[in-house]
Design a protein. Sequence first.
Length: 495
Amino acid sequence: MVRRTICTMAMICFLWGGARAQEVIYHVFERSFYDANGDGHGDLQGLKAQLGYLQRFGVTSILLTPLYASAFYHNYFADSWEAIDPGYGTMRDYLDLVEEIHRRGMKIYLDMETQYITDRHPWWGSAHVLPGPIIWGITELKGYDGATRRVATVNLRDTAVLAYNERLFGFFADPNGDGRFDDGVDGFRLDHTMDDLDGNPRLTGLFTHFWAPLLAHLRQVNDQLTFVAEQADWSSFGFDYFTVATLDRVFAFRLALAIASFDKKQLTAAADTTLGMLPDGKQQVVFLENHDIDRFASRVGGDPRKERVGAVFNLMLGGVPSIYYGQELGMKGSGGFNKFGNTDANDIPRREAYEWYAADTGRGMALWYKGTGPWWDSTNVKPFDGISLEEEMGSPASLWGWYRDLLVIRKANPALYKGAYVKAANSNPQVFSWMRYTTSPVPQRMLLVVNLSAENQAARLDSPLAGARRIFGSAVLQGDTVLLQPYAMGIFFVH
């Protein structure tokens, strides 16, 4: 049953949040993160080496893109789901990473897409595969490096395919089968999830016939697993994924688009629906960027003020926040269909090397695409441009420092990491304001306000907040009126 909640600023309306809402996910495109062995490709040992940094920054969970063997740099469209891409390392490297993540009290989520295969897969030509075009009507894919592979759709209505997926996912949930899970993932991201896959009339009703049975089986393996779907239709709020497919989380795509618009009407509509109409026990993953969309810094024209506003919405609106690697540095990158021809290079600008150093060289730089084509000639990884961990970590005024401060504040306040989102109406169409409430471990109410414009703004709140105290930001509250400089914000304790 979908819970529809109407709250006023004088009420405490707490929707289920639970311990999982304390999470901060870091979404890693591992080939571009950190290279431990010097071959230019980010790898599992490199990610393991940087867990301490990520944990100190405020990350609690790691979301990986696929690790399985594939002809393609992004590892979607598998040659084999049972083998780790040698560029990332070995199965032992993977298990060591998982165990180290758990030793630190962190979580790991693995991205899986078992709907499609390449012509190198053992199932090619078998009864488990449906011939004909896949997504967007294509029958083959060309890689940035010139490799071309035929591709096909797996028959998810085949009972043998379901049984295979139960074993495959079950292995990653509990690799040695001992029921302890220290070596297993904490959940899965399910890529390109659909009820009727790509309009294929033979692949309908998959929520009921494939996804729900698969998840039910995996919950018998480990009832603490978390499942998040990437809705294939990004305009979907994803509620049917909860109620029919029995998923735990979906991605807040509509909210991500609204945040980038800096339009109060869009933001209000998206937030009220995304965060205020969830079924009990379900969650939205709130994000600004992922491996398939343009970097937020590029979408806002590199305006540092807008980048800071985006961070506030990402971490403070509600739901489970996800930070895409390099987002906290303001890394730029825009791709798009056919930008570099009919090739998988079109998304490389969204997946460039994490910028560890000011000079864009040094140990760990994962420049696997260096010198391979126009995507490198137009790279956004520039030396001494102010966008790198080395340049930003020591600067309190940097975007990295802004994210770090927000993460510290979020962790210290239950209302911000598990409280309900509630709209707080105000008089100004350029000012967005909301409340976060919780009742445990102690009652806490917080008001957050953001100026969406490049002009000074004053906004009268519908409900006066006597005794409110600012804990972060530059907004000034005078009685029932809040004063904000361009793109400024404020967080206030409310008594």
